[in-house]
Design a binder for this molecule. Structure first.
Ligand code: KIV
Ligand code: NA
Length: 264
């Protein structure tokens, strides 16, 4: 299969073909999603909650995400792999941001990086793009600034749409090839999508965006905690795995496993 490149994102917007993305943190899911034709895989700092057992994404480090990104990038044949720059790895300025982005490209084999923030991150985006590294921007609700935003709150509501549009313009002008819109009203996301030449990728941004992205563990029903309302569950892996574990435990107890078939 032909690899997805940034031009695929641009062409998809032009041709009205929806872009799909899922998070992935390991080679097993990366291979499955790649073969299913998912366009891009985000090695999100949501690995903090989903893999590393943290309460939020804030403690996640570049050193933690590099091996996960390498696993995903090494497993795909077609999908575009985006490494997520964690909190504390780019806010200090363009030099720090470029340093981090280069680590994702060089040590992990990512095809692009993602970082949070609109106007506040435009200098970082410009520097990274200037070095030949594609950047996926991320505006609206930005989990790394949960405390600054005052909680898990929908962005771009009412007057907030002005800031959302300003952020969208800023990341496009800085050279981002796509922008994630997280937890914004569908109408605000529609306005951003119409305003921009680059594709918008919705995570809880409604149906008018150029693409959709979900955290795979939420989408596949592996997450057992609370999941956001915008997620639609396409499988119930927690139940499947839980049932398998119970059945196997009972089989071991009863002697039904292993049989001759499973023995040497
Ligand atoms: O880390 C992540 O999974 C993300 C997406 C939800 C946008 O940043
Ligand atoms: Na993230």
């Amino acid at each position: 299969p032909k690899r997805v490149r940034t031009r695929h994102f641009q062409n998809a917007k032009r041709d009205g073909i929806k872009i799909t993305g899922l998070t992935s943190y390991d080679q097993l899911t990366a291979r499955i999603f790649d073969e299913a034709g998912i366009d891009f895989l985000l090695v999100g700092d949501s690995a903090g909650n989903n893999v590393l057992g943290y309460e939020t994404t804030l403690p996640v480090t570049v050193d933690e995400l590099i091996p996960l990104t390498r696993a995903v990038a090494g497993a795909v044949q077609r999908a575009f792999v985006v490494g997520d720059m964690p909190f504390g790895s780019y806010e200090n300025g363009p030099d720090e941001a470029l340093h981090t982005a280069i680590r994702f490209m060089k040590e992990a084999g990512a095809h692009a990086v993602k970082l949070e923030g609109g106007e506040r991150s435009h200098k970082q985006i410009r520097r990274i793009v200037g070095a030949g590294i594609p950047v996926m921007a991320h505006i609206g609700y930005t989990p790394q600034s949960e405390h600054g935003l005052g909680g898990h709150i929908i962005q771009g509501r009412g007057e907030g749409v002005k800031q959302l549009l300003a952020d969208a313009k800023a990341v496009q002008e800085a050279g981002a090839f796509a922008v994630v819109l997280e937890m914004v009203p569908a109408d605000a996301a529609r306005q951003v999508t119409e305003l921009l030449d680059i594709p918008t990728i919705s995570v809880g941004g409604g149906p008018h965006c150029d693409g959709q992205l979900l955290v795979w563990t939420d989408w596949a029903g592996l997450t057992t905690g609370r999941i956001p309302r915008f997620v639609k569950q396409y499988a119930n892996l927690a139940e499947v795995l839980g049932d398998a574990a119970k059945t196997w435990r009972a089989d071991v107890a009863s002697g039904a496993y292993p049989t001759d078939e499973h023995s040497y």
